[in-house]
Design a protein around this ligand. Structure first.
Ligand code: NAD
Length: 255
């Protein structure tokens, strides 16, 4: 019970990696809120987590939504001990483009979701967070390794890795630690947004071919690492990145 009685907020906790983190937190004794935009999937995910969790609907790219969401969570639980800034990733209907195809609007959309919203999620949470609490930003192995069409997304995630350092310094007096957890390829609904219809399994397999442990990652793999970064077990760790990618970034396979 590494998070017993801790209150955690997990953005995008209604799907994929965020839900895997919420399940892991619940299994370690935490309670709190998951957030997302889709009320139906939010309700469904909350039902699976049980009565210690609530769902809060909010668009993380809207600062007013963020402020209301954290106020509501604080009114319900009276404190916030851990924040996981997970909402982000691929945007349905806006393919990740190569530079010859990118539009200004698409650039802004990806940067707003994957960088700007991360910064302001932290800012809007801070008035309600306890001194000594932990913030986990979800980065990506894509920050370290180029992949087709992912230049804008990867740059946003690289900036998130930098944010963990700068924000840890900004929050030093309050002893709030900020770290980044960077997943590799994880089996989530994000692939339905990214891969051409009918090619989801092929795209996943192409990634697995690059992963030394020879399997796709699971949301539970990220959940376990998030528990560590949110708990007191990592109290000497701040401003750093934990890669959870089956070895993909640092080990080259000569297949
Ligand atoms: P997902 O599509 O299953 O989940 C994305 C979540 O973000 C959803 O809960 C969605 O509601 C939320 N979200 C998206 N836009 C939002 C908005 N504007 N306002 C509020 N919520 C919003 O995808 P996932 O794969 O679970 O991705 C979760 C995080 O993990 C993302 O930050 C993504 O970049 C990162 N990541 C995923 C992978 C992977 O292989 N799946 C790899 C590296 C990093």
């Amino acid at each position: 019970m590494k998070l017993k009685d801790k209150v955690a907020i997990i953005t995008g906790g209604n799907s994929g990696i965020g839900f895997g983190i919420a399940e892991a937190f619940k299994n370690e004794g935490a309670k709190g809120a998951i957030t997302g935009r889709n009320k139906d999937t939010l309700e469904n995910s909350v039902r699976q987590l049980g009565t210690d969790f609530i769902g809060l609907a909010a668009d993380v790219t809207d600062n007013e939504h963020l402020a209301t969401m954290f106020k509501d969570a604080f009114e319900k639980f009276g404190k916030i001990d851990a924040l996981v800034v997970n909402a982000g990733g691929a945007i349905a209907g806006t393919p990740m483009p190569t530079i010859d195809q990118a539009s200004e609007a698409g650039y802004d959309e990806y940067m707003d979701l994957n960088l700007r919203s991360v910064y302001f999620t932290v800012q809007k949470a801070l008035p309600y967070m306890k001194d000594g609490s932990a913030i986990v930003l979800i980065g990506s192995s894509a920050a370290h390794r180029a992949a087709p069409g992912m230049a804008i997304y990867s740059a946003a995630k690289a900036a998130v890795i930098s944010l963990a350092k700068g924000l840890s310094l900004d929050l030093l007096e309050r002893k709030i630690r900020v770290n980044v957890l960077s997943p590799g390829t994880i089996d989530t609904p994000a692939f339905d947004k990214l891969a051409p219809e009918g090619y989801v399994d092929q795209v996943k397999q192409a990634w697995v071919n690059l992963i030394p442990v020879d399997r796709i990652g699971l949301p539970a793999d990220i959940g376990k690492a998030a528990v560590f970064l949110a708990s007191d077990e990592s109290s000497f760790i701040l401003g750093t990145e934990l890669l959870v990618d089956g070895g993909m970034t640092n080990i080259s396979l000569m297949k």
